[in-house]
Write a protein that binds this ligand. Structure first.
Ligand SMILES: *[C@@H]1O[C@H](CO)[C@@H](O)[C@H](O)[C@H]1NC(C)=O
Ligand SMILES: *[C@@H]1O[C@H](CO)[C@@H](O)[C@H](O)[C@H]1NC(C)=O
Ligand SMILES: *[C@@H]1O[C@H](CO)[C@@H](O)[C@H](O)[C@H]1NC(C)=O
Ligand SMILES: *[C@@H]1O[C@H](CO)[C@@H](O)[C@H](O)[C@H]1NC(C)=O
Length: 519
């Protein structure tokens, strides 16, 4: 009898000990249907599986590498794109859309994505069975916390991963102090030092965000999470605040340094790969570019085929007049009026193109991943921002002298040509890009190794409760010391009042005595 209990204990505990050290079961949910997000996450799940963890990933961009035997990928791209049939994220994230409207529309989009993912039959199989358990849930960050609730359903630690600098709502949930005098939203172009009007607008926006989150977005997120995962869940904001770790893609160049809580960790250049040989035709084209080549791409979210006609016409004319070879990522087989010196291709091995010594300038929308690729290959940029954080990135790069910023709505052919000629011929730009690259890679350990270490740290300690910042649990009026300030103001007013009364009393006495003397 005793023996049996001991044996049961041994059988039960041995795998648990082994699991926590060597091999954990990890569920990852990466839902935003953009390659520029997913390329940041892919190396993480690949590396975790190679380290012997059993990984199940819900994603829109599976790796489909059969040799990764510890990895199961559930492709939800069809369900997500069906849900977003009538939504254009580039339109929502366009820099012409006001910030509050952008955030509202982003949440609307994320409700649709979350519902598409949660109603995917293969994912239901995972979260609606009692016989599978996990040791950790990894979930994409961004704005909406709905899918974090999967971690709460399994009652396991949650690690959030963001493919850019986390937005205010997420940072506040982690307890990172957010001073509106210094920091603005990821999608805003306000930067320190802000003018009075910018600080005012930034503060009003922040107050609006907190209001919108608490009274509109979070209740809706909670409702969607409960609809699929059951009513037996903590409130969604408590789930979000319980996040063990937030991994975000930031870097010391595009993001202002800020005081983060210990559970907010930066990753960078996650998707940068060793240089591979170029396809033959691209290599031949670039080899022949003795006077230099221009690489032009607007990334994977803004398509060159979709830009305004006027802008496309200007680009074609400018390229025709430049004495360089132009490599253009153009998402169609045919470019009407293509000049002789322009080579088009629907997809380019961008990192390898940028590594070619004849590529002297990268004309880019300045998305975070493209900027990281350009800097890692030491290529200066001409930036034409369209959406999201791109405007902000261009401003930073031009402040550092590593890029020239242009506005796609107003840029003329002469300005465009001059920017390219200037970046190619003025050695300042290349020098600055090199300087940034050297700062960027100077770390005790490569970014991927640090990221994996932190994820395994969370698994080893079953969460990071011991690192939870007190800011997470304190109410805003306590955090801002509103109560203390009110008491101090009261005391000061009281003292002033007493002083005033005493002075008046003394003065009137003096007055009376004077009058008495006169009599
Ligand atoms: C799969 O995981 C096991 C340990 O669980 C490990 O020994 C093996 O190398 C992993 N295989 C691959 C291809 O990642
Ligand atoms: C917080 O996370 C722990 C695991 O780290 C889990 O056991 C607990 O249920 C979670 N609580 C909430 C409110 O989500
Ligand atoms: C989960 O399973 C329960 C019972 O097995 C079922 O009633 C419920 O509809 C399922 N949830 C989803 C989202 O399919
Ligand atoms: C980083 O991780 C890789 C893959 O696990 C490993 O081969 C390499 O040795 C690690 N680098 C350092 C400096 O620990």
């Amino acid at each position: 009898m005793h023996h049996q209990i001991i044996m049961k204990g041994v059988i039960y505990f041995l795998p648990v000990l082994w699991v926590s050290v060597n091999c954990a079961r990890i569920l990852g949910i990466f839902r935003v249907p953009f390659l520029s997000h997913q390329v940041v996450y892919q190396p993480i799940w690949k590396e975790l599986s190679l380290k012997g963890h059993q990984i199940t990933i819900v994603t829109t961009h599976p790796l489909n590498e059969p040799e990764l035997t510890n990895l199961t990928e559930i492709d939800v791209s069809e369900a997500v794109s069906a849900a977003l049939k009538t939504t254009s994220i580039p339109e929502i994230m366009s820099k012409d859309v006001p910030l509050h409207s952008k955030i509202h529309k982003l949440f609307q989009t994320h409700y649709k994505i979350a519902e598409a993912v949660l109603s995917h039959p293969r994912f239901i199989e995972i979260y609606n069975t009692t016989n599978v358990s996990y040791d950790l849930v990894l979930a994409e960050g961004t704005t909406s916390p709905i899918l974090y609730a999967v971690a709460a359903k399994f009652k396991v630690p949650l690690v959030g991963i963001n493919s850019f600098g986390a937005w205010t709502g997420l940072l506040s949930a982690m307890g990172t102090p957010h001073s509106t005098s210094l920091y603005s939203e990821t999608w805003s172009t306000f930067r320190h030092p802000m003018t009075f009007s910018e600080r005012l607008r930034n503060t009003l926006h922040y107050i609006w965000t907190r209001y919108y989150l608490n009274f509109e977005a979070l209740p809706k997120c909670d409702q969607i999470a409960r609809k699929y995962l059951g009513n037996d869940l903590p409130y969604i904001q408590d789930i979000q605040k319980n996040m063990s770790l937030l991994l975000q893609m930031t870097n010391p160049i595009l993001y202002e340094p800020r005081p983060n809580v210990p559970t907010v960790i930066s990753m960078e250049q996650m998707h940068i790969k060793p240089v591979k040989p170029l396809p033959k035709d691209i290599k031949q084209f670039l080899d022949k570019a003795k006077t230099g080549a221009v690489y032009f791409s607007l990334g994977s979210n803004v398509k060159s085929v979709d830009i305004p006609k006027k802008l496309r016409k200007m680009l074609i004319e400018a390229f025709a007049e430049l004495p360089y070879k132009i490599l253009w990522k153009f998402e169609d087989d045919y470019l009407p009026g293509r000049p002789k010196n322009v080579f088009i291709r629907k997809w380019m091995p961008q990192q390898d193109v940028l590594a070619h010594p004849n590529v002297r300038v990268f004309v880019t929308q300045c998305g975070l991943q493209s900027v990281e690729e350009a800097i890692s290959r030491r290529v200066p940029m001409v930036g034409i921002p369209f959406i999201a954080d791109q405007s902000r990135n261009v401003i930073r790069l031009s402040e550092e002298g590593a890029a020239i910023a242009l506005d796609h709505r107003t840029v003329t052919k002469e300005e465009f040509k001059n920017a390219i000629i200037e970046v190619i011929n003025n050695p300042k730009y290349r020098k600055n890009v090199r300087r940034l690259a050297e700062i960027w890679v100077d770390h005790p350990l490569p970014s991927l190794n640090r990221t994996i270490w932190w994820i395994e740290y969370v698994i080893r300690h079953k969460g990071t409760r011991h690192l939870r910042s007190p800011t997470v649990d304190v109410s805003w009026f306590k955090y801002l010391l509103i109560d203390v300030i009110l008491v101090l103001l009261f005391c000061i007013s009281l003292i002033l009042f007493v002083l005033y009364k005493t002075l008046r009393f003394i003065l009137t006495r003096i007055d009376i005595e004077k009058k008495l003397k006169q009599i």
